[in-house]
Write a new protein. Structure first.
Length: 121
């Protein structure tokens, strides 16, 4: 049973939270092909950003735009996990929740594309 009054605090809480996050990243990498593709995009975008004659601020914006895609993919996957946990039967609201998460990923990709266009051209 979870004891809300006896939770870890300070550096121990940060350490345990970091372990949880690392476990989540490992799960994402092993189970989500979209996450792997977006990581590949990041590993391409970072060195590519050094090839352009742009300011450090512009380079940071380019890289962060790709990291934002990964962020939205993680949120989308969390939504899908919760919906699947609640029930695997077909329900319009379950489908809507998953579609909305997917739409968020698509919007983040469009944003990144526009940011790269604006900064580079």
């Amino acid at each position: 049973m979870f004891d809300n009054k006896n939770k870890p605090t300070g550096i121990k809480r940060v350490y345990l939270a970091s372990l949880n996050s690392l476990r989540a990243f490992k799960w994402l990498y092993q189970n989500e092909s979209a996450f792997k593709q977006e990581l590949l995009l990041l590993f391409i975008a970072v060195p590519l950003s050094f090839l352009f004659d742009i300011s450090a601020m512009e380079q940071m914006v380019l890289i962060l735009s790709v990291i934002f895609i990964i962020f939205t993919e993680i949120i989308n996957t969390a939504i899908e996990a919760v919906v699947d946990r609640v029930g695997l039967e077909i329900h319009p609201l379950s489908g809507l929740a998953k579609d909305l998460g997917s739409a968020a990923v698509m919007i983040s990709m469009i944003m990144a594309f526009i940011i790269w266009l604006v900064v580079l051209f």
